[in-house]
Ligand binder design. Structure first.
Ligand code: NAP
Ligand code: GLV
Length: 330
């Protein structure tokens, strides 16, 4: 009997077909409505492989239910939505899609930085709403990007790709990260700083770490108090790394100048959220990796990961520490 795969959202037909070559595939057929938890709870008990998105919280309760499950394949690089520890306890592999989205997410991060610094959405809105009467000296003035100092928190794949873009714009770049990287420092001409120093010295602060117990609320009141008055915070990593209440307060009291956010503590953010009332906060609906090409690459990689684990082949993207892929192709 073929192994069974459940896909938690409508994905492109060619990726589904790729899985149908070897497996029996079932799918939640909605594109813009997440699968309800009760349906996921039922489906997860009936499959060997789960293809899921970052919108699904695959917690201990769900995993404990999933007696036949061998692999959870997340179509994302971030995997804070999955309880990897519990999955490991039950011998279930967890995989993600790193690398294929790095450059696309770095593009969006830099676009958001520029849009926030130069008030592009606000300026567009100003023009479209008929307010534009004349050129005037200080109309819609923002912050310079060229020559400014960018402080990166987290220097992994995407962080490093952002540095390359910043260098092209003549920025001075510093970083802080879990591990210091002297070779990258030399190669890209960047400087390592302690978090506190980076916060005090940067004009732009860009959050590029995963969301973990260690990074939760990493940027809160204490950190905003250290920032420059002209500082702009950019977050394309995960919402929970920045304390949103502290961010609203920092902007309202002019402790910092602005923020660009692609991610939020709770997604989708409510249309009444205070963050959406602030003109110098640019907000996007979690579109960091959203180019057609990259989303196809991510879906393909997520499908390949599930396939490799279920067919007992080596898979490079297993996240469980010391996991031995013991699956067989029968
Ligand atoms: P990565 O290569 O693993 O880079 C993460 C970096 O963060 C690493 O340099 C890591 O240090 C550092 N780090 C981890 N914990 C830290 C801590 N407590 N303090 C300081 N630095 C810490 O990951 P990536 O591929 O660049 O992706 C980063 C994150 O971006 C993902 O986890 C995801 O949440 C987010 N993301 C968002 C979008 C979007 O659509 N907005 C798209 C893609 C990714 P080490 O070098 O020591 O490991
Ligand atoms: C997107 O947020 C990802 O983690 O891939």
């Amino acid at each position: 009997m073929k192994k069974r795969i459940y896909i938690t959202r409508k994905i492109p037909g060619e990726i589904k077909s790729l899985l149908e070559q070897d497996f029996t595939v079932d799918m939640w057929h909605e594109e813009h409505i997440p699968i309800p938890k009760n349906i996921l709870k039922e489906k997860i008990t009936q499959c060997d492989g789960l293809f899921c998105l970052l919108t699904e919280e695959i917690d201990a309760k769900l995993i404990e239910h999933a007696k036949s499950l061998k692999v959870i394949s997340n179509m994302a690089v971030g995997f804070n939505n999955i309880d990897v520890e519990t999955a490991t306890k039950y011998g279930i592999a967890v995989t993600n899609t790193p690398g294929v989205l790095t450059e696309t997410t770095a593009d969006l991060t830099f676009a958001l930085l520029m849009a926030t610094a130069r008030r592009i959405p606000e300026a567009e809105q100003y023009l479209r709403s008929g307010k534009w009467e004349t050129w005037s000296p200080m109309l819609l003035t923002g912050q310079d990007i060229w020559g400014a100092t960018l402080g990166l928190i987290g220097l992994g794949r995407i962080g490093t790709a952002v540095v390359k873009r910043a260098k092209g714009f003549g920025m001075n770049v510093m970083y802080t990260s879990r591990t210091q990287k002297p070779e990258v420092e030399e190669q890209l001409d960047i400087t390592y700083k302690r978090l506190e120093d980076l916060l005090q010295q940067s004009d732009f602060i860009c959050v590029m770490t995963p969301y973990t117990k260690e990074t939760e609320n990493l940027i809160s009141t204490e950190q905003f108090n250290l920032m420059k008055k002209n500082a702009i915070l950019i977050n394309t990593a995960r919402g929970g790394i920045v304390n949103e209440q502290a961010l609203v307060e920092a902007i309202q009291t002019k402790k910092i100048w602005g923020a660009g956010l692609d991610v939020f503590a709770s997604e989708p953010i409510s249309k009444d959220d205070r963050l959406l009332q602030l003109p110098n906060v640019v907000t996007l609906p979690h579109i960091g990796s959203a180019s057609i090409q990259t989303r196809m690459r991510m879906a393909k990689l997520a499908a390949e990961n599930i396939k490799k684990v279920l067919l007992g082949e080596d898979c490079d993207y297993i996240l469980n520490p010391d996991f031995k892929n013991g699956a067989t192709s029968t």
